[in-house]
Design a protein. Structure first.
Length: 658
C-alpha cells in the first residue's frame, strides 16, 4: 500500500461519517439480504417461501384447531394456502396503535404467537419471521381471515400494506386464514414454482400429522405427467404409511418394519418413527421437527441412533452374540430407510432455514422414547430380532475388516524404508474405537491448533499452504509436479484417477477444515475440485466432508455461543440472547481459536457439524456436475465470465460492496 495514502487523507474516495451509517427498518433487511432468512434466491429458496406458509397452517392443525389445509398453485406463479383454523387475529395490536394484529404479523420481524407457548405448544415456526419474510419477498400478498363469522382482507406489496384491513362481510360457514402470494421477480428472477415439488411437499406434510387432510389443486396448464390437477391427502397411519409407499415391494431383513409413536413425559411433545432395512438399499433418511424437514438431522437423529445401537447391543448380549459389544450406530443405520418426526417445545435450529435441529433435550427424549419400543420389537419375535442382529453383525464385520486393512496399510506406509508419509502429516494411532479422520487444514497456524485439539487415536492433521493448485485448469504434468497435491495423495494412500482405489483409503473420513471466510471457501472449493477430478470414487462413497467452524463468538454475561455466519449470528442474537447486550468476537481464522474452542466447535464428533460431499447416483446428474465444475474451474475464463454475467442479479448489492 502506498505511503501517500496515509500522508494525504484526501487521497481516499468518499467520506465516512454519521451519514454513512444506514439503518434498515421494517422488512428492508429481508429484501437486501434474503440469504440470511431463506438461504439465497435459488429454486430451493423460492420453495422455502411455500414451506413457511404451509408450516403456519400445519401449526394450527397440530395444535388441534384445524383439520383441513388447501394448497393451490395458480396461474402466473401465484400460490394460495388456506386452513380452517382460528384465523390470524385482526383486532388492534396493543403495542402498535392504529395497526391490526394481522398487519403487525405480516410487516414486522419476530412477531407471532409462538414465543410464549400459550398459543402453540409445539410449532415449526419459532422466530416470528416466516410469513413476514414471505411478504417481504413477494410483490403481491393477499391475506383473508375468517374469524368470528366475519371475513377480513388486507393486501401487501414488497412488505408494505397497500391499504388498510377491510371487513368484507359475514361468513357464517367459513373460518381460518388464506394466504395468496406472488414471489417478487426482482428477487427471484424468472424462477417458477414447481408443481411436482409442491405436490410432494403437501403430501409429505399429510404423512407427518395423521389428523390433517390436505387438498391439492393445480391449474391445468401446470399439470405434469406425475402430478394430478387435484388430490386429497390423508394418511391415518402417518409415517408408517409413508415408509410402506417408499419401500414398496422390496424385500427387507425383517418382514415387519419398526414403527411407533410415543408421547414425551410431562407434555413435552411426542416422537413418531418408521424404519425398514431393505436387503439392497443405499439408505434414505428423513428427519422432521414440528413437521419441518431437517435434512442435516441433528439431536433428534442422535437420540434415535443411540436408541437403536444400545438396543441391538443389548439384544445381542441376550442371545449370546459376543460380537454385539462392537456394534456401532453406522452398522445399524447403513442401508436402512428411516423416517423420524418429533414435536417439541421451543426447538432450536442451526439456522433460519432449519436444516439441523440443535435442541440438546431432543436427543435424550427420543432415545428414552424409542429404546423401550425397540427392545420389545426385537424380543417379542426372536426370529425377527435374530435376523436383524445377523444383518447388523455382517455390516460390522465388513467395517472392521476394512478398518484392519487400512491399519495394515498405515503401518506399512509408516515403517517402509522406501515409502515415507508427508513430513507435515501428524498421523493418528488408529487405536481408538471411533473411525479415523484426516483433517486437511489451512496453514501451519491452524494446523498447530488442530494438533492440540484432536483426538490422537482417531484424528490426523495435514496442514496445506494456502490455495492449492486448481487441478481443473492444470495440465497432468503440472499436477504431478505439485508438492501439496503429492503430499495429499501420499497421505491418503489410495491413488488418483484410473489408479484410485477407495478400498485403499487410509482414513474413514476426509474433513476439509478451512477458515469461515471467503478465502477459506475458495480453498475448500479447490480441494473439492481436486477430489472430484482426481479421486471421484472417494466422493461417491461418502468419505469427503466439510467442517463447519464458527466465524463469531457471542457472549452475554457468562453465557456464550458460536455462530457460523452472519445469518446464524442474527438468529442467535434474536433467540438465545434476545434483549441482552451481546459482545461479538470475530475469528479471523482457525489459528485464532484456542485448541479448546476448536475442539468444542469443529472437531469433537459429539458437538460438531459436518457437511457430507457426495455425488448423485444418476449418470445424467453427475454429468451436469462435471459440466458445472468445468465451467467454473476450467481453463476457459470466458465460461466463468458468462456464468457471472448470467447470475450477477442473484448477488446481494450490499455483499458486493462489502
Amino acid at each position: 500500500m502506498s505511503d501517500d495514502l496515509f500522508a494525504n487523507p484526501a487521497a481516499t474516495t468518499g467520506t465516512y461519517d454519521a451519514s454513512s451509517i444506514e439503518v434498515l427498518e421494517g422488512l428492508e433487511p429481508v429484501r437486501r439480504r434474503p440469504g440470511m432468512y431463506i438461504g439465497g434466491t435459488d429454486d430451493r429458496a423460492l420453495h422455502h417461501l411455500a414451506a413457511e406458509v404451509l408450516d403456519n397452517a400445519m401449526d394450527e392443525a397440530v395444535a388441534g384447531h384445524a383439520n383441513r389445509i388447501e394448497v393451490e398453485l395458480g396461474e402466473n406463479n401465484t400460490l394460495t394456502i388456506s386452513d380452517n383454523g382460528r384465523g390470524i387475529p385482526v383486532d388492534e395490536h396493543p403495542k402498535f396503535p392504529g395497526k391490526s394484529t394481522l398487519e403487525v404479523i405480516l410487516t414486522t420481524l419476530h412477531s407471532g404467537g409462538k414465543f410464549s407457548g400459550k398459543a402453540y405448544a409445539t410449532s415449526g415456526g419459532l422466530h416470528g419471521v416466516g410469513v413476514s419474510v414471505v411478504n417481504a419477498l413477494s410483490d403481491l400478498t393477499r391475506v383473508e381471515v375468517a374469524r368470528n363469522k366475519e371475513l377480513f382482507a388486507q393486501e401487501f406489496s414488497k412488505g408494505n400494506p397497500t391499504g388498510p384491513i377491510r371487513k368484507l362481510g359475514p361468513t357464517p360457514n367459513r373460518r381460518g386464514t388464506t394466504v395468496t402470494f406472488h414471489p417478487d421477480p426482482e428477487i427471484f428472477g424468472d424462477r417458477q414454482f414447481s408443481a411436482k415439488r409442491l405436490f410432494k411437499l403437501a403430501r409429505s406434510k399429510a404423512y407427518l400429522y395423521a389428523g390433517v387432510e390436505i387438498r391439492w389443486k393445480c391449474v391445468s396448464s401446470l399439470v405434469a405427467d406425475d402430478v394430478p390437477a387435484e388430490a386429497v391427502f390423508q394418511f391415518p397411519g402417518g409415517l408408517a404409511d409413508h415408509l410402506a409407499e417408499q419401500v414398496g415391494g422390496r424385500e427387507c431383513v425383517t418382514t415387519q418394519p419398526f414403527t411407533g409413536r410415543q408421547d414425551f413425559p410431562e407434555d413435552q411433545g411426542r416422537v413418531e418413527w418408521a424404519i425398514a432395512w431393505p436387503l439392497w438399499s443405499d439408505g434414505a433418511f428423513s428427519w422432521y421437527c414440528n413437521t419441518v424437514p431437517t435434512p442435516d438431522g441433528g439431536t433428534h437423529e442422535q437420540g434415535l441412533r443411540a436408541a437403536l445401537t444400545k438396543g441391538i447391543r443389548a439384544f445381542g448380549e441376550l442371545v449370546g452374540q459376543k460380537k454385539a459389544k462392537d456394534i456401532s450406530a453406522d452398522d445399524v443405520m447403513t442401508g436402512s430407510e428411516v423416517m423420524l418426526s418429533v414435536f417439541i417445545r421451543d426447538p432450536q435450529f442451526q439456522s433460519q432455514t432449519k436444516d439441523r435441529l440443535t435442541s440438546p433435550e431432543a436427543a435424550r427424549l427420543v432415545e428414552n422414547a424409542v429404546r423401550d419400543h425397540f427392545d420389545h420389537f426385537l424380543a417379542d419375535n426372536m426370529e425377527r430380532g435374530r435376523a436383524l442382529l445377523a444383518a447388523v453383525v455382517d455390516r460390522m464385520d465388513e467395517r472392521l475388516k476394512r478398518k484392519a486393512e487400512r491399519e495394515i496399510k498405515r503401518k506399512t506406509a509408516t515403517n517402509a524404508k522406501k515409502v515415507r508419509l508427508p513430513g507435515k502429516l501428524t498421523d493418528c494411532t488408529g487405536e481408538g474405537d471411533g473411525e479415523t479422520e484426516l483433517f486437511i487444514v489451512e496453514g501451519d497456524s491452524a494446523g498447530g491448533s488442530a494438533k492440540q485439539a484432536r483426538d490422537r487415536k482417531t484424528q490426523a492433521i495435514l496442514p496445506i499452504r494456502g490455495k492449492i493448485l486448481n487441478v481443473a485448469s492444470a495440465s497432468a504434468d503440472k499436477i504431478r509436479a505439485n508438492q501439496e497435491i503429492a503430499d495429499l495423495a501420499l497421505a491418503l494412500g489410495c491413488g488418483t484417477r484410473k489408479d484410485c482405489n477407495a478400498d485403499s483409503l487410509r482414513y474413514d473420513r476426509i474433513v476439509i477444515m478451512t477458515d469461515a471466510d471467503v478465502d477459506g471457501a475458495h480453498i475448500a472449493t479447490l480441494l473439492m475440485t481436486f477430489f472430484f477430478q482426481e479421486m471421484p470414487d472417494i466422493v461417491r462413497r461418502g468419505h469427503l466432508f466439510l467442517a463447519q467452524p464458527p466465524l463469531y463468538r457471542l457472549t452475554a454475561g457468562k453465557e456464550s455461543a458460536y455462530a457460523r455466519d452472519d445469518a446464524h449470528r442474527a438468529e442467535l442474537e434474536a433467540t438465545v440472547f434476545k434483549g441482552r447486550k451481546v459482545e461479538v468476537g470475530r475469528f479471523k481464522g482457525l489459528g485464532e481459536m484456542n485448541p479448546q474452542q476448536l475442539r468444542e466447535t469443529t472437531m469433537n464428533p459429539a458437538s460438531r457439524s459436518l457437511i457430507r460431499i457426495t455425488l448423485p447416483p444418476e449418470h445424467e446428474q453427475r454429468h451436469a456436475i462435471k459440466e458445472l465444475v468445468d465451467q467454473l474451474m476450467g481453463r476457459n475464463p470466458e465460461h466463468r465470465f458468462n456464468f457471472i454475467q448470467n447470475h450477477a442479479g442473484d448477488l446481494d448489492r450490499e455483499l458486493i460492496d462489502a
